[in-house]
Design a binder for this molecule. Structure first.
Ligand SMILES: C[S@@+](CC[C@H](N)C(=O)[O-])C[C@H]1O[C@@H](n2cnc3c(N)ncnc32)[C@H](O)[C@@H]1O
Length: 258
């Protein structure tokens, strides 16, 4: 375990405030799950941003996350919609579930929370063992754009401004990112500022997270070492070729029998 493991990722309610706007990957992951020829598992399912719409689409999907608080929010939201998902508090590096899955997904860069090569390999092996013969693992992560690293300074940068979903008052998210280019670690501090009706900061929250990036051929080696028989990468959710460093890497890896 590294020191980073001890940092709480984010309070679950705030996760939804900050990230529920993000929908670019929804059609991709929900569509993939609908086409799966068997049960689906989302590892690192968080508060259900993807899992709940997938359940609503009639898919047999289970969820797993290491933060019980995230799962509580997920269950509460699902219950309000009349849904009762099966979700488990567990670490994707070391878990045992009774089912085998036709598809396992890790949306929204959850793989990047694995901070060491050992963590990555353990998770990939454990996820592969939970695949049905011929089943696939699908996940996305950003590629470390050199430009983004060079532009990152010590000053917080306004990343997004949006109306609070309940009060309608402005919420600002400022981000400060530090790239450790030797260890391939991004340390990000997000400051979430909620305004009052006069435009003054009424509440400020900090949200720190640490992500590890992985290069193209490094990921290929990891997948080989973890026992995947075949894999491919796209440069976005539309399946285009991975050609530019700004592209999102979208990986599909097949276990034995594919
Ligand atoms: C970026 S969020 C993605 C949540 C959700 N999949 C979504 O798309 O909104 C990453 C999630 O992965 C979970 N996570 C991080 N490391 C994990 C691990 N080792 N095992 C299980 N879950 C983990 C975090 O608790 C968090 O809920």
């Amino acid at each position: 375990m590294t020191a980073h493991d001890l940092t709480l990722y984010i309070t679950p309610e705030r996760y939804d405030l900050v990230y529920s706007w993000y929908r670019d990957d929804l059609d991709f992951y929900v569509g993939l799950a609908k086409r799966a020829r068997g049960p689906v598992l989302e590892a690192g399912c968080g508060t259900g941003r993807v899992l709940i719409p997938t359940l609503q689409a009639g898919v047999d999907i289970d969820g797993l996350d290491r933060e019980p608080g995230m799962l509580e929010v997920l269950k509460r939201k699902a219950l309000a919609l009349g849904l009762k998902p099966t979700v488990v508090a567990a670490d994707m590096r070391d878990f045992t579930l009774p089912r085998r899955y036709a598809l396992i997904t890790l949306p929204f860069r959850a793989f990047m929370h694995l901070l060491t090569t050992e963590d990555q390999l353990q998770a990939l092996r454990c996820l592969r063992e939970h695949l049905e013969p011929g089943g696939s693992l699908v996940y996305n992560l950003f590629y470390p754009s050199f430009e983004r690293m060079v532009q990152a300074g010590d000053e917080p940068v306004l990343e997004r401004e949006f109306p609070h979903p309940e009060s309608g008052l402005p919420v600002m998210v400022y981000a400060r990112s530090r790239y450790d280019r030797v260890r391939q670690i991004l340390e990000s501090r997000h400051e979430i500022v909620e305004s009052d009706a006069r435009g003054y900061a009424a509440a400020t929250h900090h949200h720190d997270f640490t992500l590890r990036w992985t290069y193209l051929y490094e990921m290929e080696l990891l997948l080989r070492l973890a026992g995947f028989s075949r894999f491919e990468v796209a440069g976005g959710f539309d399946g285009r070729a991975f050609e530019r460093p700004e592209d999102e890497m979208v990986w599909t890896a097949w276990g034995a029998g594919a």
